[in-house]
Design a protein around this ligand. Sequence first.
Ligand code: SAH
Length: 456
Amino acid sequence: MNKIIPVQKNDYIDVVFEDLTHDGAGVAKVDGYPLFVSNGLPGERAKVKVIKTGKGYGIGRLMELYEKSPYRVDIAGSDSHMYGGCQLEHISYEGQLKYKENQVRQVLTRIGKLKDVKVHPILGMAEPWHYRNKAQVPVGEKDGKLIAGFFKPRSHEIVDTNESLIQLPEINEAVQAVKEICNELGIAAYQEETHKGVLRHIMARFGKQTGELMVVIITRTADISQKNKLVEAIRARLPKVKSIVHNVNSKRTNVILGEKTTVLWGNEVIYDYIGDVKFAISALSFYQVNPVQTKVLYDKALEYADLSGEENVIDAYCGIGTISLFLAQKAKKVFGVEIVPEAIEDAKRNAAINEILNAEFAVGEAEVVIPKWYKEGNTADVLVVDPPRKGCDEALLQTIIEMKPKKVVYVSCNPATLARDLRVLEDGGYKTVEVQPVDMFPQTTHVEVIAKIELR
Ligand code: SAH
């Protein structure tokens, strides 16, 4: 039997928002039927126009606000809300933190079926702006000029932007300078529809502790006209630059980086510190984007791992070995696994420059390498996972359950997949002891969580 949908397209209705979706849209219910309305905040009363109705939910547009939330802040005239990925910019920081903490609690209960799990208050930033140490900005063309900025939501239309409120000033400056230089040199922008043109993305990365800047030019063709002039101009305009890298991506794809990477000038890496540990970071490696909060997150990982110096530790999804080397200072031995070969090269180099001798690194899929280690008789007392948004592979979770490390520390950038994986571990004999949300991405809907899990 089909349930009747209580609203129709183009209806105008008065609603009260009850909640936010994980994308930051307001949720109002009409006779139990959810309407998702961008820019609506919990507690607000508003007039809404119904734009679309589907089986499970509808989409509305906010027409008039009758009553404002105390958490609403005025962002009139800001582009970053729409285009710059700052989906929560219209919510005060206090309100954002509350929303993220609630989301973690809800998801752990709803998806993880975890009752009474201890969720600590989220750890936020004192200054929740201009924190990102990296940008990768798509390049396009408008009126014969090269532009770079952000995609309009749900489209591939680029909005030219010079200033992002969440990027470090050095990153904003670098992207703008490279854009201007490429314009001056007449380097053609890549065109998605025709797969012609040259410059696809400008990427910049900045080591906040060292002041070292990396610029990565991503092009469709291996040739860039006036390569030397480009390098000269970047060095002249951006004195902090230590590395200029060229990446070629000749495919028709949304993936930003291609397979061929060469150094145009300077070092192939830049350096940065987290705490006392120094890290080399190459263009293709993952590195946390919020250096201030990364320290908070890794300190928590260290606390949850609770090492005495006797433990063998496995760090799955280890990237350039950041967490591994943090833990190595307190463990007997750390084994890191990571799928990107360049990242593992960085990890080995990082162990060497910090004179850390008790860390080893392997390239491969965590769900393949760790089961293999286990079969060979190599187990861990503590296992750390820090997977991408899709969470851990089922094969890895099964190996953890068989291997039975006393502790698992789960670092997650997606509470939904964390909750799903915690359920598997709980059913396999583990208990989620406590959970700490950390705000790594202020102004955006992204939530980072770290969980301490113990064998029952
Ligand atoms: N712990 C690191 C990296 C976390 S990001 C840090 O904090 O910096 C997740 C990492 O997992 C990325 O480096 C990505 O390349 C890697 N990765 C993705 N899928 C993987 C898989 N199946 N096996 C191992 N590593 C994987």
